[in-house]
Design a protein around this ligand. Structure first.
Ligand code: GLA
Length: 740
């Protein structure tokens, strides 16, 4: 059992392969957080707590005159608002009488085999063969029958600990939840950096690393989606931590709506990290007898830098978050028509694209936006999910049949959550879109957002989608969401429940996706929100891949995919080769470089094949074969960030290596090129030091390296692999290494 309860000391120990997480119920029943770090013997770590009177640090009544006992400085497991801890709290409630003070004390615990799940919300699950246990610790309000159940999932072999919270109102009165965070980590000692992933549309998940300083630093979203702007994944790291050294703690929030992560450095130089639903758009009414579950947070501790943390997250996301047939099945190599045609296509044009794609070895043709309702631009049509047969020149069934006859699978784009004002659906049900009474709503990309917290709205869209999907052979669906949510007001909820709408919206989205995946279990769904505007582990529970960014420029993608890789594996990152000059940046890059970058993703194409030269088509054929050959290594190997694209070097390099070190694929992109370049080496990782490796350059140019030479793993890892001189700007190279 990975959960050890030391009854005498009232200490809970949660043990994973490499970490130990500890909490203790003290003599007043306060649940203290005593340790999270490298796995050791489960000694009672409360010896580290130094009790002193720090002044202006109040004492709970039951501590009588013990002025050294203050919740304001003690490390706590789940600090509540209004009980003498003036730091950021994990829980704030408001009672019917207007009081908010909440004192929680230990009321019981339960240790269970297996991993808990959360009704209606995504959660890490145990696969056959995983060791998983659950601890539930129950805290109770000292005044009333209000219970807070803290859930811990201990995934021993995965090195992951998950947390979620259930608040239960057994009082006779209404209670409002104003802030219910999913996790809180208190560290009494240490200087930390806070790593966050910020961005914008077409430039998501840029790494930011800042020292945690006195005060509160936070990232979050109040956009109704996890957002392009900050990702619900953060890392607290020792200031000296790097890829392969130092301690770090990663937290991934499995939720696709508003979130908040706050790091506070307090008066005693202690650090607290809380993460959960953003309280700004949240006020949840709990009537007597009702309960509320928070979404889940998954945490990984690494004593060996970011790389080990990343590997644990990759494994967990791939095997214990993603679900369905395509969790393991090879994803088809696709061609999406969006950048090739935008809205301007006919059925005939699509078939020509599909035929050319099939000829190059593509396996799936995806018809993007513009096939439904009145939709020749983005002003109209959303909400009218019936096929525009006039535009296609045939039914969707016929189109998909013809595409299948070419040997391709067929996929289609939807944006189920949005509605255009110029649509039949809006004319019929204007109240289905979010709008605050008496105020004109904000438009985003000319469109409004449907109230997905409403079951009737969801049912209508679901039925429309099924009609389309049932009348054509569709193996892939792209689920898009092209704006953020504002003007939140649900016409069917009373005033006191309007603060729940954004969360209920996310629950509605999950409910819809659960139904859709249940009805079409063999369909591959790719998430998307104007690219990577909802790239989070919550969505990945329903859609095993997400379009990483609307920015398809290979050089910009280096940074986007690098940032994304800290938590999310290659198999989740939608990445395509697009045309040049690139539509977003105007940059010209070799087609091989575009493929090298897209291959460390789900891989596909997003261009009009009619505009390719015969030479380029031939190159694509070779790329597709290359991708298929190294698919397993790329998608299931361990991912190594060999360099950082944010550093001032000429090359960016990364590697996928077999877990046993028997083979590896190294990809290198020359970010810059200048005359008389200084030589650079890149140190590889994940190899066996004492083994010999053949190094094969599998792209065109290898500079002056000798093909197939044998190098010891130790040399390649500790001395490095010299980088070739690029022959053209932005040239890329891929090396396949195999143990002799
Ligand atoms: C979003 C997506 C694109 C494309 C368009 C269609 O921007 O990210 O890939 O599907 O919508 O309108």
């Amino acid at each position: 059992m990975a959960i050890i309860f030391n009854e005498k000391e009232a200490v809970f120990n949660l043990c994973t392969k490499n970490s130990l997480y500890q909490m203790k119920s003290d003599s007043y029943g306060v649940l203290l957080h005593t340790y999270y770090g490298k796995r050791t013997e489960p000694v009672d770590y409360s010896y580290l707590i130094c009790k002193r009177d720090h002044g202006f640090a109040g004492n709970p009544y039951e501590a009588e005159n013990e002025r050294t006992y203050s919740l304001d400085v003690l490390p706590q497991e789940y600090p509540s608002y209004g009980a003498g801890d003036f730091r950021r709290s994990a829980l704030k409630i408001c009672r019917a009488d207007g009081t908010c003070a909440l004192e929680l004390r230990m009321a019981g615990y339960e240790i269970m085999e297996g991993k808990y799940s959360i009704p209606g919300l995504p959660a890490v699950y145990a696969e056959e063969g995983n060791k998983a246990d659950t601890l539930k610790v129950t805290l109770k309000d000292t005044r009333e029958e209000l219970y807070v159940h803290l859930y811990y999932g201990v995934m021993e072999d995965l090195d992951v600990i998950t947390r979620a919270v259930r608040v239960e109102n057994r009082t006779e009165e209404n209670i409002y939840l104003e802030r219910v965070m999913s996790t809180c980590l208190d560290f009494s000692y240490g200087d930390f950096d806070f790593l966050t992933f910020y961005g914008r549309h077409e430039m998501e998940r840029q790494l930011s690393r800042m020292a945690v300083h006195h005060g509160v630093q936070s990232v979050g979203s109040v956009r109704g989606a996890s957002s392009h702007h900050y990702n619900p994944f953060v890392v607290l790291a020792d200031q000296k931590a790097g890829e392969t050294n130092g301690e770090c703690y990663g937290i991934s929030f499995l939720y696709s709506g508003d979130f908040l992560a706050e790091a506070e450095h307090d008066q005693m130089k202690q650090t607290r990290l809380v993460m959960g639903i953003h309280p700004d758009n949240f006020r949840y009414l709990l009537e007597p007898g009702q309960d509320f579950w928070t979404p889940e947070a998954a945490m990984v501790y690494s004593s060996q830098g970011f790389e080990a943390m990343t590997h644990a997250f990759h494994k967990t996301v791939r095997n214990n978050v993603c679900r369905g047939k395509y969790k393991n099945a090879r994803r088809p190599i696709l061609l999406n028509n969006w950048e090739g045609t935008y809205f301007a296509f006919t059925g005939e044009k699509l078939l020509k694209m599909a035929a050319d794609a099939a000829d190059m070895g593509v396996e799936l043709f995806v018809l993007d936006d513009g096939w439904f309702g009145k939709r020749d631009d983005d002003y109209s049509g959303l909400g009218d999910w019936y096929v525009n047969e006039k535009k296609l020149g045939c039914t969707l069934g016929e189109l998909s049949e013809k595409i299948h006859a070419l040997g391709l699978k067929f996929g289609i784009w939807f944006e189920p959550e949005c509605i255009s004002e110029d649509s039949d659906l809006y004319r019929e049900h204007p109240d289905w879109a979010f709008a605050v009474p008496g105020k004109k709503p904000m438009r985003g990309r000319y469109q409004l957002v449907l109230d997905f917290s409403r079951e009737d709205v969801r049912n209508h869209i679901f039925d429309q989608m099924c009609k389309v999907l049932d009348h054509a052979q569709v193996e892939y669906l792209k689920w898009d969401f092209n704006r953020n949510i504002s003007d939140v007001y649900s016409a069917v909820l009373p005033a006191e429940r309007q603060g729940e709408v954004v969360h209920r919206y996310v629950l509605g989205l999950y409910d819809f996706l659960e139904r859709l995946t249940g009805r079409y279990p063999d369909m591959l769904i790719e998430g998307c929100s104007g690219g990577g505007g909802r790239f989070d582990a919550g969505m990945l529970y329903y859609t095993p891949q997400i379009w990483c960014s609307d920015d398809t420029d290979a050089i910009e993608r280096l940074r986007i995919q690098y940032g994304t890789s800290f938590c999310y594996p290659v198999s989740t990152m939608g990445a395509h080769v697009s045309a040049c000059p690139n539509h977003q940046t105007g940059r010209i890059t070799p087609i091989d470089t575009r493929a090298t970058v897209a291959m460390s993703g789900t891989f596909g194409y997003e261009l009009d094949p009619a505009k390719l030269s015969e030479e380029e088509k031939e190159e694509i054929r070779v790329q597709i074969e290359r991708f298929k050959k190294y698919y397993e290594l790329i998608q299931r190997g361990e991912y190594y960030r060999l360099t950082s694209p944010f550093e001032d070097n000429c090359y960016h390099a990364w590697e996928e290596a077999a877990a046993d070190g028997s083979e590896a694929l190294v990809s290198v992109v020359a970010k810059r090129c200048y005359s008389n370049m200084a030589p650079e080496v890149v140190k590889l990782r994940g190899l066996i030091p004492e083994a010999y490796y053949e190094v094969h350059c599998i792209t065109e140019n290898d500079g002056d390296r000798k093909e197939g030479g044998g190098y010891p793993g130790a040399a390649l890892m500790y001395a490095g692999l010299p980088m070739p001189r690029p022959g053209v700007e932005y040239e890329s190279f891929q090396y396949y290494l195999v143990k002799k």
